[in-house]
Design a protein around this ligand. Structure first.
Ligand SMILES: Nc1ncnc2c1ncn2[C@@H]1O[C@H](COP(=O)(O)OP(=O)(O)O)[C@@H](O)[C@H]1O
Ligand SMILES: [Mg+2]
Length: 227
């Protein structure tokens, strides 16, 4: 398989924050790619550069050096119809003035679905995560763990081809984490999507087929598929 079919390709990518003596190199010359159907855990301690790499792979941030391409998606995710990329952010990311169903429906509305059908799809997705009774609440009325599960529902609702989930289980107890990981892996499998999940939890990492270990801004790959 060539890079042309990869959903995302990072070619010798680095990201440095700041300049001069206080500069922090968060990601060091990294080359990696994610293919359709691959399920990858990006494992590493806090500060090792996982979120930075996720933001680069999502096209939300620009590398200081090197190049990121999305050949299998057809271009930069931000310029494509919503739904190519499903993203779960590490921190709180729900829109506070929308109710939970509207938050989950948001990617569908952005890609042109009429409000009522988008809301119906959002409520169905919430039901699959056992969150249907939150549909009419607003983010300020739900717990941090519930908000993280809602963010997962939002990432999945538009049937993305690439799913990047940054510590999606970070605020969850084990039972909830297991549900969320199973949902991500099952849904990614159904969609033949590429899935990258960052975590520092070895149990979560073990649920994914491939592990990349992030150490000081450099992923080490446990598979020989990397360029
Ligand atoms: N916006 C930023 N400005 C300056 N330094 C940052 C910024 N974001 C992250 N960093 C630094 O980059 C390194 C990697 O951070 P991050 O990618 O958030 O790691 P992780 O997600 O593995 O915890 C850390 O040293 C962090 O302090
Ligand atoms: Mg992080």
């Amino acid at each position: 398989m060539t890079d042309d079919s990869a959903l995302v390709v990072a070619d010798h990518v680095s990201r440095t924050y700041g300049r001069g003596p206080s500069a922090v190199v968060a990601v060091h010359g990294t080359s990696c790619r994610i293919l359709a159907g691959e399920q990858i855990a990006l494992v590493g301690p806090s500060g090792s550069g996982k979120s930075t790499l996720v933001h680069l792979l999502a096209g939300l941030d620009t590398p200081t050096n090197g190049v990121i391409r999305w050949p299998g998606l057809g271009g930069l995710p931000a310029r494509l119809p919503a739904g190519s990329l499903g993203l779960v952010f590490q921190g709180p990311s729900l829109l506070p003035d929308l109710d939970i169903a509207e938050n989950v429906a948001f990617p569908l509305v952005l890609s042109g679905h009429p409000g009522p059908s988008a809301r119906a799809a959002a409520v169905m997705m919430l039901r699959e995560l056992d969150l249907a009774d939150l549909a009419d609440k607003v983010p300020g009325e739900i717990s941090g763990g519930q908000a993280q599960r809602v963010a997962v529902a939002r990432a999945l609702v538009a049937r993305p081809r690439l799913i990047l989930a940054d510590e999606p289980t970070g605020q969850l107890d084990h039972a909830s984490a297991a549900i969320v990981v199973a949902l991500l892996t099952d849904r990614a499998h159904e969609l033949n999507a590429g899935l990258l999940v960052t975590t520092h939890d070895p149990w979560v990492a073990a649920q994914l087929e491939i592990q990349w270990h992030m150490i000081d801004g450099r992923p080490r790959f446990s598979q020989a598929m990397v360029p």
